[in-house]
Write a protein that binds this ligand. Structure first.
Ligand SMILES: [Zn+2]
Length: 289
């Protein structure tokens, strides 16, 4: 009898003191999850630390341990995390976007050498840069999973989600105000990380590289410059963690300042600041507040 009681008490204590162990593969999802679980005893871990390129990441032994013991792993999908194959409890957030929203990851210059284009899959994976997609598909899906795994914290999750969505509504409105007047404009960027943010406004991306570490040809650079000169140019963007040296002569010729974007939120502390930071980069590029 005594032993049963001790056992019951142990189980009770374990259940109460340990929440879910949740892993997010990339920083933007980690920031979102931290806000959604605020006020609960669930713990969120970031797999790919800021400063590491998610396209070339491979897990260490301690990462593998973390992934194996996690109750839930939130990943992007679209071939961004091929190393997650074989793990249970992985939710690929891009699976919950309507297929027609997904953007092809092809590029004119790459159709010729598909062989080398292994880093990205069929679709461009960077869905998290769009506050609209995150608000409408990613957050509802995360909340659904959290409610299934931890129904006792329903009130917290719902309250946190509502607050986050309200803040995102504000950012979305500000993006709409800023970018809706740039229909048919083009932008130059080191790699196509922000298409989910810009394509809905009719803005075309001229990316120097499609995958990663792939140098564009002189002919391709020339074409980008000619396009940017003949069309309405929104801006020239470099990205944190990307080598911007190829952009310098282009920006000079186009008489534009290089604006640095932070698509992984390396330098931000919370989800709303992540999107505000992206917005500020566009404000700097356009000169519009
Ligand atoms: Zn990328």
């Amino acid at each position: 009898m005594k032993r049963t009681l001790v056992l019951l008490l142990t189980v009770f204590v374990l259940t109460v003191s340990f929440g879910l162990s949740i892993v997010a593969t990339i920083n933007p999802y980690y920031l979102i999850l931290k806000e959604l679980v605020a006020g609960t005893n669930n713990e969120v871990f970031l797999l790919i630390k800021p400063g590491i390129n998610p396209h070339t990441f491979s897990p260490t032994i301690s990462d593998v341990k973390r992934l194996t013991t996690a109750d839930i792993v939130f990943a992007n999908g679209l071939e961004l995390e091929p190393y997650l194959e074989g793990y249970r409890e992985v939710i690929f957030l891009s699976d919950f976007l309507p297929k027609e929203i997904l953007l092809k990851d092809t590029h004119e210059s790459h159709e010729k050498d598909e062989e080398n284009d292994k880093e990205h899959g069929e679709f461009n994976p960077h869905i998290w840069v769009s506050p609209k997609l995150v608000r409408d598909y990613v957050i509802p899906q995360i909340v659904k999973v959290l409610l299934e795994k931890d129904p006792k914290n329903r009130e917290n999750f719902e309250k946190n989600a509502e607050r986050l969505i309200n803040s995102l509504n504000d950012v979305v409105n500000r993006f709409d105000q800023l970018l809706s007047s740039y229909k048919d404009a083009v932008l130059v960027i080191t790699h196509p990380s922000i298409v989910y943010l810009t394509v809905p406004y009719g803005i075309e991306t001229l990316a120097l590289e499609e995958g990663h570490g792939k140098e564009p040809s002189a002919k391709m650079l020339r074409e980008i410059i000619e396009r940017a000169k003949s069309e309405k140019l929104l801006g020239v963007f470099a990205e944190v963690q990307f080598n911007e040296k190829l952009l310098i002569p282009i920006a000079k010729e186009l008489k534009k300042e290089i604006v640095v974007l932070d698509p992984l939120g390396v330098n931000v502390k919370n989800a709303v600041d992540y999107y505000k930071n992206l917005l500020e980069a566009f404000q700097r590029a356009t000169g519009v507040k």
